[in-house]
Write a protein that binds this ligand. Structure first.
Ligand SMILES: Cc1ncc(COP(=O)(O)O)c(C=O)c1O
Length: 380
């Protein structure tokens, strides 16, 4: 039998490779982006409660009304945006499924989608499957800011979508209000959609305010924003998320969503709805993660790794150019084998090789692990 791959260039991801190596070499795993601590006990009890009470059958396609309503309340509080929960909010199996549905519903063969690189790895395969083209815009370190004039030069007759991720994985860059206004300006009067991946909306430091696309009325009209409960509630394994978009855009994406999963976990939706009624948890998150970042940076002070400013997400980049001439993939593997700490090289987040001599660590870990990892890294 001859199989013709639709994704011939997709292989084993660098996350799988590094995690497998971390296991094999008994290394501390700071590579993959998930916490090593548990989600709130109250949230777990609520899931058990709703299961026991019999909330175990299919949820409505767009999500349980209690949850979409609670999201709309939260959005109004944080971003001063009033939404119609039944027409503008859809619950998905993590942000990844929302992203996949949005791209496949809205992108046609030959369309061009501008992807800001380094980029989260699920965007490009979804674009490829549509027979469309991912057009990279390359962020340059150590600042990773966007030159909007340069960015605008990428526009063509076929540009159909821009994907922006804010706060940004893997760099920890937070795009500002001015960035969003520039994005608004260059897309005005065009037929270009903006997919705004905001899974780290609450992981933002130094008292900065997240500039959600939901805060910009004109941008909102052409937007789809995606969110992840996994990142917010420390339960990435639950794979729960949602997207927000104006009614006409939502209707198109739901056409794919309903035949992709139809609906997602009913008791978990009820539990999250109840848990989210108290906004304090969201308000405490920035400090919770900033403390972890600062704890780790403090322990790393005596190392030869140079930190690159992380203003959001739970990732921290380090420049290792004072330590080695190896490229980032080789360096990460060497570091893991020799010093027993797994990091992630960032070149696999780009379509073209850029040898930046930078690796990413995830600091969503308990202090004992961060301390142990820093001790090892200080000896490099
Ligand atoms: C930028 C970005 N978008 C989306 C996701 C996926 O979120 P979820 O686990 O809810 O699918 C991740 C997870 O690492 C991410 O870093």
């Amino acid at each position: 039998m001859i199989l013709k791959s639709k994704l011939p260039n997709v292989g084993t991801t660098i996350f799988t490779v590094m995690s497998a190596m971390a296991k094999e070499h008994r290394a501390i795993n700071l590579s993959q982006g998930f916490p090593n601590f548990d989600c709130p006990t109250k949230l777990k009890s609520l899931v058990a409660h709703y299961m026991k009470e019999g909330y175990n059958q299919y949820a409505p396609m767009q999500g349980v009304p209690a949850l979409t309503k609670s999201i709309s309340k939260k959005v109004n509080k944080f971003y001063k945006k009033k939404l119609d929960p039944s027409k503008e909010i859809t619950i998905t199996a993590g942000a990844t499924q929302a992203i996949y549905c949005a791209i496949t519903a809205l992108i046609h063969p030959e369309d061009e989608v501008i992807v800001i690189e380094p980029a989260y790895d699920s965007y490009k395969p979804a674009i490829d499957l549509c027979g469309a083209y991912a057009i990279p815009y390359s962020l340059k370190g150590p600042d990773y800011s966007i030159d909007w004039k340069e960015f605008h030069h990428l526009f063509s007759r076929n540009t159909r979508m821009i994907i922006i991720n804010n706060p940004h994985n893997p760099t920890g860059k937070v795009f500002s209000e001015d960035d969003m206004l520039q994005l608004q300006k260059i897309t005005q009067g065009t037929n270009i959609l903006v997919l705004s991946d905001e899974v780290y909306e609450h992981l933002i430091f130094e008292g900065a305010k997240h500039q959600s696309i939901l805060k910009f009325p004109e941008l909102y009209q052409r937007s789809i924003s995606t969110f992840s409960f996994g990142k917010t509630f420390h339960n990435t394994g639950w794979k729960m998320g949602y997207f927000i978009a104006p009614p006409e855009i939502t209707a198109e994406i739901r056409k794919v969503h309903q035949f992709n999963v139809f609906s997602v976990n009913t008791p978990v939706q009820h539990a999250i709805a109840e848990f989210s009624s108290d906004l304090q948890f969201f308000q405490d998150l920035p400090n919770f993660y900033q403390e972890k970042r600062d704890f780790f940076l403090n322990k790393m002070e005596k190392s030869r790794f140079q930190p690159i400013e992380s203003s959001g997400t739970y990732f921290q980049l380090f420049d290792y150019s004072q330590i080695s001439d190896l490229n980032d993939v080789e360096f990460s593997k060497w570091l893991l084998k020799e010093h027993k700490v797994a990091t992630i090289p960032i070149s696999p987040f780009r379509s073209k090789l850029v040898d930046e001599k930078v690796v990413r660590v995830c600091f969503a870990k308990t202090e004992d692990i961060l301390k142990k990892a820093a001790n090892k890294l200080c000896k490099v």
